[in-house]
Design a protein around this ligand. Structure first.
Ligand SMILES: Nc1ncnc2c1ncn2[C@@H]1O[C@H](COP(=O)(O)OP(=O)(O)O)[C@@H](O)[C@H]1O
Ligand SMILES: [Mg+2]
Length: 297
């Protein structure tokens, strides 16, 4: 189908069946992630719209094409890239995107070095993203150089294709809230091209704890009760975490390595030994993390 997106849910099922089947797929895809409720709700509305559009077509009613370009706002580590990745796969599963791949890009991938180069680069990237998602991180950097900068050309090319090929790919622009607001103000008319504006709030301490516990579980590790308590307490004490999921991932990796170092001292190992994280592992892991952070400052 030439990279065309099929906005069609082909199975003929009742709307109730749809609600249970398609929405389950959405819930399932995000199962291992904490929060992101607003993303799930948006996806549910897109999936519902696609099904109803198909039904309307069957009844001979007018149908419309919709584009689903999105803006993601939020601090680093709040799950923007993660959500885009899951979304791409899921939209393929829901028959809304043909290929369901994610093309991650930043300023340098769009902006060229001489007149005309940028439009070519941007078009190539859009072509690569057909049937999937084009995810542009730190999108505000496209307007960094002001009027004369080639970033403008990238934005213009992008906007043109977003309109023309509505439905063939989804463009997601991501970035920090303040910078993105400034960027949108500089490019009047840009904001209206995006059907979905999604804010990624900072994670609370409880969310972060939940994310950490999930990460251990997914990797077949278990925290002992004191280890779990210690982790929560330490995260609270560290205080500078500002809702950051990446921080949690790094921390869990330090803790896992601290456990490995401890286990190497054992003469014999059981399955349980290999699974359990002790309070001391947590302490050592956090120590390692803090030291690493200091060294890189
Ligand atoms: N809701 C979440 N549930 C579980 N892990 C998460 C969640 N959000 C972020 N993470 C973790 O934090 C890391 C950073 O998230 P990422 O999507 O790269 O953030 P951003 O793109 O907003 O900077 C990811 O690798 C992921 O492991
Ligand atoms: Mg990111």
């Amino acid at each position: 189908m030439n990279g065309q997106v099929k906005f069609i849910i082909s199975q003929k099922h009742s709307s109730q069946q749809f609600e249970s089947q398609e929405w389950q797929k959405i819930e399932h895809a995000f199962k291992q992630f904490v929060g992101l409720e607003h993303i799930k709700e948006t996806l549910k509305s897109i999936a519902a719209w696609a099904v109803i559009n198909q039904k309307r077509e069957e009844f001979g009613l007018k149908t419309e094409k919709q584009s689903h370009h999105m803006l993601f706002y939020g601090n680093p580590g709040t799950g923007k890239t993660t959500a885009a990745r899951v979304m791409a796969t899921l939209l393929k599963e829901l028959n809304i995107l043909e290929r369901g791949h994610l093309v991650e890009a930043e300023r340098a991938d769009l902006v060229g070095e001489y007149i005309g180069h940028t439009a070519v680069k941007t078009r190539e990237l859009i072509k690569k993203a057909e049937g999937g998602i084009l995810f542009i991180d730190e999108a505000y950097s496209l307007s960094r150089g002001g009027e004369k900068d080639f970033g403008r050309e990238a934005i213009d090319t992008l906007v043109k294709h977003m309109e023309d090929s509505s439905g063939r790919f989804i463009c997601i622009l991501a970035g920090y809230k303040r910078e993105m607001n400034g960027f949108l103000r500089m490019n009047t008319g840009l904001k209206s091209r995006f059907a979905h504006l999604l804010y990624f709030p900072d994670y609370t301490l409880n969310d972060l704890n939940h994310i950490a516990v999930n990460m251990f579980n997914i990797k077949d590790y278990k925290l002992s009760k004191p280890a779990g308590d210690r982790l929560l307490r330490s995260m609270r004490e560290m205080g500078d975490i500002s809702g950051n999921g990446r921080f949690v991932r790094n921390l869990t990796e330090f803790i896992i390595r601290a456990q490995a170092v401890r286990l190497l001292k054992y003469e014999e190992l059981t399955k349980k030994d290999c699974m359990y994280i002790s309070e001391d592992d947590v302490l050592k892991g956090i120590e390692g993390y803090k030291k690493d952070k200091q060294d890189h400052q």
